[in-house]
Structure formats: structure tokens, C-alpha cells
Design a protein around this ligand. Structure first.
Ligand SMILES: Nc1nc2c(c(=O)[nH]1)N[C@@H](CN(C=O)c1ccc(C(=O)N[C@@H](CCC(=O)O)C(=O)O)cc1)CN2
Ligand code: GAR
Length: 228
């Protein structure tokens, strides 16, 4: 019997971050509440040493790892757009997969992780049948990549759009094109600045990342993937 009285083992969550970690904090706060029942964050990994999210995790006693790219770029110098750089990225991602998978998480959540994950990461993780999900500040099939909130704002100012959105989606090789798990439209009208739009979006992200994580965990429990 798990410590929280459940006959099902707590779902083990590993979170990848690059920044402030407010979405990580939302997941931390939601664990073992009705929003995210019988779940625990077992590892937080950042590609940025200065990511405040690492401090959030450390304050809560959650194991953390800083996995930086620089040592890889030094070993495989990128003096031009050449295979070396690709080699640095490939080895970096393969090592990241090993770091993530050694703890056997039930789900991997990208919560503001700002690196594109290559097949060197995706393939070994897929072999463990562990879902990878991502929070993205756009609707599926709309804007992809980094800087989407700014692009949505610029298009709004140019009269080209009135709304944007947020989604939690499965991570595949094609960036931000994985199947959506849950998404929410966000009206841009009423925002007087990019900062106000960012605030509106961030205010909704925290609930959505928890909901998306719960949907995937409960779906896997239904498939018998995480029995006690
Ligand atoms: N293979 C995938 N990798 C990632 C996905 C995905 O769907 N498939 N989602 C992203 C998160 N993300 C948007 O949601 C995103 C993050 C970063 C970038 C990007 O262009 N990063 C640059 C700059 C990195 C740096 O130097 O800091 C890059 O990686 O070259 C695009 C999309 C998580 N990864
Ligand atoms: N393309 C992915 C992307 O732009 N993700 C963005 O990173 C931020 C992480 O914030 P946090 O570190 O406070 O959780 C979030 O606002 C999320 O929209």
C-alpha cells in the first residue's frame, strides 16, 4: 500500500526545465492532490545551471541534475555548421536519455525545456515506452518553436489574429507537432502589451500542465502500466 493509501504505486514524474520553473512549481504543488493524485516528482533536470527551477526542486528535496551542452561543444568543436556540432548534440542527447531513464520515470514532462530533442534522446526513451509531453504556448498546428508568444502578439498588432492558445502535447521529432493532449484558446484582445499577453498565458499554463500530466498518467493506469 503506497504511503498515500493508494493500492497503485505513485506515478513517477521527471521534469525537464530551462528557466524559472513556475510550471514545475505548479506540478510540485499539485502532486498528491485531486488535481494530480498519487504522483511524485522524482527528478528535475535543467540544461541551464542558473535555472531557478533547480532551486525550487532543491528546496523541496527533489533530486536535480544540471546537464549542460558546453562540455559537448568543446569536445566536438562547432567551427562551422558541420557534423561535429551534430555529434555534440547527439552525444548530449544520448547522455540526457541515460540520465532520465536510469530512474525509470512513468512520464517525462518538458516544462519550459528550451532545447530541441533529437532522435538520440527520443529513440532510447521510446524504447522504454515512457511518454514525453511538452507545454507549448500555442495551439496545435499554429505557431511552433521558441518565441511563439511574441510572434502571436506581433501578428495581433498587425491585425492578423485575435487569439492564440496553449497546449500540452506529446513530444515527437517534429517540434511542437506531436498529438495534443489538452489545449486552450487564449484571446489576445484586451491585452495592451506583450507583457500582458505573457501574463495571461502564464496564468493559464499552470493549470493546463497539471491537467495534461494527469490525463496521461490516468490513461496509462487504465492500460495497466503502473499497477501497485
Ligand atoms: N523533438 C522535440 N523537441 C522538443 C519539443 C518537441 O515538440 N519536439 N518541444 C520543445 C519545447 N519547445 C517548444 O515548446 C521548443 C524549445 C526550444 C526550441 C528551440 O528552437 N531551441 C533552440 C535554442 C536552444 C538554445 O540554444 O537555448 C535549439 O534547440 O536550437 C524550439 C522549441 C522541447 N523540445
Ligand atoms: N516553446 C516552449 C516554451 O516557450 N515554453 C515556455 O517556457 C515557459 C516556462 O516557464 P517556467 O520556467 O516559469 O515554467 C512557459 O511560459 C512556456 O510557455
Amino acid at each position: 500500500m503506497a504511503s498515500n493509501g493508494s493500492s497503485t504505486k505513485p506515478a513517477k514524474i521527471t521534469v525537464l526545465i530551462s528557466g524559472s520553473g513556475t510550471n514545475l512549481q505548479a506540478l510540485m504543488d499539485a502532486c498528491n492532490t485531486p488535481a494530480l493524485p498519487n504522483a511524485t516528482i522524482i527528478h528535475v533536470i535543467s540544461d541551464r545551471k542558473d535555472a531557478y527551477g533547480l532551486k525550487r526542486a532543491e528546496a523541496a528535496g527533489i533530486p536535480t541534475t544540471y546537464h549542460g551542452i558546453l562540455p559537448y561543444k568543446k569536445k566536438y568543436p562547432d567551427d562551422s555548421p558541420n557534423p561535429h556540432y551534430q555529434e555534440a548534440r547527439r552525444v548530449y542527447d544520448a547522455d540526457l536519455a541515460e540520465i532520465v531513464c536510469r530512474n525509470k520515470p512513468d512520464i517525462i514532462v518538458c516544462a519550459g525545456f528550451m532545447r530541441i530533442l533529437s532522435t538520440a534522446f527520443l529513440a532510447p526513451v521510446k524504447a522504454t515506452n515512457t511518454p514525453i509531453i511538452n507545454l507549448h504556448p500555442s495551439l496545435h498546428g499554429d505557431l511552433v518553436g521558441a518565441g511563439c508568444i511574441k510572434r502571436a502578439w506581433e501578428e495581433f498588432e498587425a491585425g492578423k489574429r485575435k487569439e492564440t492558445g496553449i497546449m500540452i502535447h506529446y513530444v515527437i521529432a517534429e517540434v511542437d507537432m506531436g498529438e495534443p493532449i489538452v489545449q486552450e484558446k487564449i484571446a489576445i484582445e484586451g491585452c495592451g502589451s506583450l507583457a500582458e499577453l505573457e501574463e495571461r498565458i502564464h496564468g493559464r499554463e499552470h493549470g493546463l500542465i497539471v491537467e495534461g500530466t494527469r490525463i496521461v498518467i490516468e490513461g496509462r493506469r487504465g492500460e495497466g502500466e503502473n499497477e501497485g
